[in-house]
Design a binder for this molecule. Structure first.
Ligand SMILES: Nc1ncnc2c1ncn2[C@@H]1O[C@H](COP(=O)(O)OP(=O)(O)OP(=O)(O)O)[C@@H](O)[C@H]1O
Ligand SMILES: [Mg+2]
Length: 368
């Protein structure tokens, strides 16, 4: 996959700029608050469908403007594509692929594929479970549109069931029981599917993570993982739905007392383990960063297995956080792939002679 261009209009602090990117390494240099992450965020909109900074659509519109637009041109092994996201202050955003408006996020996501690595991901090992879930969910969604649809659908059911559990007084006894039963069955079905896709993805991910981590640390670090599910053992996928059903209905009183859904894929997690025990406790800061890095490189490999080509790697401000050995490993691993990386410090890339360099000052970009 090759990202050729990205045209920004009224996005964050960028009034207008048409970027042209090279195959291989593209580096955006600039001081703090100049507009580096803005570029990564704008490009990742096409891979993730929304801001990776959790910004609302209108927050990305340049202040005092009514709408913003980002368009990208990219090619995969089959053809050239153009995609556009148009965001308004008060209206729903509009999505276009090759000039055609698309309504469903699951049709939009999965065309342009990117692996994002930003400073927040450095803490993925010890962060709360939702961060690890989001990581695998965005990775899987890009290569499996059915999964993204199921995930969106599941999110709605959880929301509905939680609303029901929070305010039972708004329903008659029989209404409440009927809805509880309906939502619970749907949750069990959705959970069984989502958990099974995730366990398979994480299994494949760690095949690569082990190799990358061992290469990065010259064989010093080895990792494994435990998949954590409210359904317990996930090795028998075929019985997942019935086990979720048993759990939810067997613990209905607990859910009613807690006023929220306690069982299902929305509680999944995976614990990364070193030989000493969980990496949350036993990994040093540097080891945690290496694992995060290995996870991201592994994500790229699975995308290549699924689609036949590497995604675009978007690295926001992370290389300066790594020591020389890890930095060299990443740069070596990424050679031959397209990378767009941001940095405050040119010294981090003194060896990257062939890279395209873009400098940013206050939302204005210069090629040098
Ligand atoms: N909606 C918006 N309209 C105008 N400016 C914005 C908007 N949102 C953010 N900004 C500003 O855009 C500038 C660039 O932000 P960005 O996050 O891209 O900086 P950065 O170069 O990545 O900095 P750092 O090195 O600190 O991460 C900041 O000054 C920010 O306050
Ligand atoms: Mg930034």
């Amino acid at each position: 996959m090759y990202l050729e261009s990205a045209v920004f209009e009224n996005f964050r602090n960028i009034e207008h700029f048409p970027f042209g990117f090279m195959e291989g390494m593209n580096i955006i240099f600039g001081g703090n608050a100049q507009g580096k992450t803005a570029v990564i965020e704008g490009i990742y909109l096409f891979a993730g469908g929304k801001s990776f900074r959790k910004a609302k659509d209108r927050e990305m519109i340049k202040n005092d403007r009514l709408h913003s637009q980002v368009s990208i041109g990219f090619s995969d092994s089959r053809r050239d594509h153009k995609m556009t996201v148009r965001t308004f202050r008060d209206l729903k955003k509009e999505l276009f692929i090759n000039g055609m408006k698309v309504k469903k996020m699951s049709e939009f996501v999965g065309n342009f594929k990117a692996v994002l690595f930003c400073p927040e991901h450095l803490a993925i090992v010890r962060d709360e479970p939702s961060v690890r879930r989001n990581f695998i969910d965005s990775a899987i969604s890009q290569v499996n549109p059915k999964y993204l649809s199921a995930l969106i659908e599941y999110g709605k059911i959880v929301e509905n069931k939680n609303a029901l559990l929070r305010t039972p007084e708004n329903y008659s006894q029989s209404e409440f029981e009927n809805l509880f039963s309906l939502y619970s069955q749907r949750m069990a079905k959705g959970s069984a599917y989502i958990t099974s896709v995730r366990t398979e993805y994480v299994r494949r991910l760690f095949e690569y993570v082990k190799v990358f981590l061992s290469e990065m640390t010259c064989g010093a670090d080895t990792v494994s993982y435990d998949y954590i599910s409210t359904a317990g053992d996930v090795s028998d996928i075929s019985s997942l739905e019935s086990r979720y059903i048993d759990l939810i209905f067997g613990n209905a009183e607990r859910e009613k007392a807690a006023k929220m859904s306690l069982f299902g894929a929305h509680r999944d997690d995976f614990d990364i383990r070193l030989p000493l025990g969980t990496a949350k406790i036993f990994a040093s800061q540097g080891q945690q960063r290496s694992i995060a890095l290995a996870l991201k490189l592994a994500e790229g490999e699975i995308c290549r297995e699924e689609t036949g080509e590497y995604p675009v790697f978007l690295f926001d401000d992370v290389l300066s956080e790594l020591d020389r050995q890890r930095k060299n490993y990443v740069l070596g691993n990424l050679s031959g792939k397209q990378v767009i990386v941001t940095s405050c410090d040119e010294a981090d890339f003194s060896d990257c002679k062939a890279a395209q360099k873009i400098y940013v000052e206050n939302g204005n970009y210069f090629y040098r």
